[in-house]
Design a binder for this molecule. Structure first.
Ligand code: SAM
Length: 372
């Protein structure tokens, strides 16, 4: 009986979490318009002679407002029918009386989502640039191409039946790397834990059936470091390719859930490909341990990314933040053999190419093998 109650609690918590994320997406428009309204109010308070020097400023704000409407239209498509998107779960309808119910505008105004959740919505929009737009091409070339190249080298699609090679991509984001591997014929599964990402990847992978069918303004929330006002309202089209364009009988799936909880079956994957993922761990050793366990003997772990430990400075969260040197010792201790290792690999992450601020990571790239 006690166990039954626990299960029910877990289900309720999951449902609340689901509703919280939908509410964050729904709040996007009000939240973003509010930001503009504040600027507009301040502009109105400027002395007349200052306002007259920048006569186009108000016009720019109204352009940003239109961009928000376009983004919100897309967001509504993203969250449409998400309650039915999981094969093993149905999250709707949410009953009245639930602690955290789906809110209308009025409710959202009274109980707004947290700024953390609203940041996640904005990050999710930028993720479309990285994974599914023409302007993300260079970023993908630096982050995904080396990984794809190493997998192809070890499992050449012309020399083996790639559908018998099982590749796992934990922390798959919007799924482009996993899609590219499936396109080469590998049996590929992406795994993702964040509902923000899962809603967006579900939209692009399962609902977009035509290249460049959608438009989005990913940079409108960047109010600083713009060289020209038009940079802020620069659109992208996506997806740059038709996501349905996969070989017949391809084996491609996305699995929702925490990597550490979903993947417990030993010796089941030929390759694990992690890109900008291993630093999402509370305890990075548990990631290494799980990858070691789930890889078949002779299997490969291909990794690329920095060590921007996600929980490092988060209130109420703990993590161990090992240096790369320590991480590689852990990897060796488990028995992996490094077949390739490079540091200082120049990479970016959802970087606005026009911004006056450019972040670049000196990422580490390695291929480690679990001996046969
Ligand atoms: C920095 S992003 C990288 C996404 C993608 N690999 C890319 O390169 O664009 C890290 C991703 O890992 C996901 N993630 C974090 N912890 C996870 C976990 N325990 N299990 C599965 N995914 C996780 C996050 O939600 C996020 O989408």
């Amino acid at each position: 009986m006690a166990e039954e109650n626990n299960v029910k609690d877990a289900d309720e918590l999951e449902k609340e979490h689901f509703v919280r994320i939908v509410n964050a997406f729904k709040y996007y428009r009000l939240y973003s318009l509010n930001r503009i309204r504040n600027t507009e109010r301040y502009y109105d308070e400027l002395p007349d002679h200052h306002r007259s020097i920048i006569p186009n400023f108000r016009d720019h704000l109204s352009k940003v407002r239109n961009c928000i409407e376009t983004n919100f239209h897309l967001i509504k498509l993203i969250i449409q029918n998400t309650e039915h998107m999981f094969e093993n779960k149905n999250h709707g309808p949410v009953e009245n009386g639930a602690i955290c119910m789906l809110q209308g505008e009025e409710g959202l105004r009274k109980h707004p989502p947290t700024s953390y959740d609203m940041d996640r919505v904005k990050t999710t929009l930028k993720q479309f640039v990285r994974d599914w737009s023409e302007s993300g091409r260079n970023e993908r070339a630096s982050c995904y191409d080396p990984v794809i190249r190493e997998i192809r080298r070890r499992f050449p699609p012309q020399m083996c039946d790639p559908s018998t090679v099982f590749v796992l991509v934990p922390g798959a984001g919007l799924g482009r790397l996993a899609y590219e591997l499936a396109k080469l014929g590998y049996s590929c599964q992406g795994n993702e834990w964040s509902l923000f990402m899962l809603f967006a990847s579900n939209f692009v992978l399962n609902k977009c059936r035509e290249a460049n069918a959608h438009k989005l303004y990913p940079w409108i929330h960047q109010w600083i470091n713009n060289k020209t006002s038009s940079d802020q309202i620069e659109p992208i089209s996506f997806p740059d390719v038709n996501p349905a364009d996969l070989p017949a009988n391809s084996n491609f799936s996305m699995a929702a859930g925490d990597f550490l909880e979903v993947y417990t079956e030993p010796n089941s994957w030929d390759c694990v490909a992690t890109v900008f993922f291993i630093d999402t761990a509370h305890n990075i050793i548990s990631y290494v341990e799980t990858i070691w366990r789930i890889l078949k003997p002779g299997g490969f772990w291909v990794n690329l990314g920095p060590l921007l430990y996600h929980f490092s400075d988060m209130p109420n969260e703990s993590s161990i933040e090992l240096s790369y040197d320590d991480v590689r010792q852990v990897i060796l201790q488990y028995g992996f053999q490094f077949e390739k290792e490079e540091t200082g690999v120049k990479t970016t992450y959802t970087q606005n190419p026009r911004s006056m601020l450019q972040y670049q990571y000196d990422s580490v790239f390695f291929v480690a093998r679990k001996p046969a």
